[in-house]
Design a protein. Sequence first.
Length: 367
Amino acid sequence: MPKKLLIVTGGGDCPGLNAVIRGVVKRASVIGGWDVYGSIESFCGILRDPPEIRLLTSETVARIHVQGGTILLTTNKGNPFEWSWRREDGTVETIDRSDELIAKIREFGFAGVISIGGDGSQRISYDLGNRGLPVVGVPKTIDNDLAGTDYTFGFQTAVQTATDAIDRLVTTAESHNRVMIVEVMGRGAGWIALHAALSGGAEVCLIPEIPYDINTVKERIERRFAAKRGYSIVVVAEGARPTHGSITTIGSSEVGRNPVRLGGVAYALSRQLKDAGLSADIRETVLGHLLRGGSPIAFDRILGTQFGVHAFDLVAAGSFGRLVSYQGTQVTDIPFSDALMTEKLIPAEHQLIETARGVGISFGDGK
Ligand code: F6P
């Protein structure tokens, strides 16, 4: 009898998820003795009645590493410890279904679970592991903010998409002598913004790790116009904030998720620059979910495949409670707890910050 392995993809989608799924399934077929299944929409597929679980074969996963999204679908509302839904009278009910989930996974006979997700999903994996679920985690997020791994897959694709967008915005900015503000995702971390600002050749890069002074930003842009360069590119991370201000958010009424969504800082910054007296024309572009969509670039296909193979090998070896990790040039694994202690932010002394300052990019802090 072959052993059974379950894959789930949780949280926001990310380019490279399908490459990980394919890596696991192909490795399982090379090793033999395993049947791999996928639960639809993270753990929801297990908890549904009837359950939504798919057998994944080499045929099912053929060429999916090229596709964006996840063939298993995903959700950021499927926390089994805080399972929420809206009753008919409009009130929200929340219960803990984690014991039921673990019991069902045992009933189905799964010898191991590979959970592909970001920090929220890995916190769930860790808690399920502490309750006895044999689970291995694979770190995913375009934001690259998960501690314990140098890179998460999806990040490099997001940077490439942002770079392509900036390249296009430069030509229209130049034609009109405009300031173009480009908002990118990243939550509390500025990794996407910093990389995109460097590769796109921006004048200003505003990140959550360095609160900005609006007059300093304005002066940097004015210097550029005074030097008759004609236009400016400002990259701003969605979680950036002014020195004496707060982050820009959009409320959310979606049940079962964080009620605070980030977004709109490009427009807030535009208003702040106008209020500070900047006379140049300003236009705002929010790249948002474009950064999560589409086909992964080669780097993320390769990293996803490496993560998938390594995750399968951990399951086959019975090494549970581990998170796959990329360190230097090596794929390895660490205990979940090492990754979940803190959010991975950009350190002030990071070499890329120095490089950016070295080519005149302003972080709005006057340095
Ligand atoms: O964590 C990835 C991310 O893309 C963040 O940068 C962003 O704030 C968030 O997801 C948005 O998620 P969603 O719109 O799916 O709730």
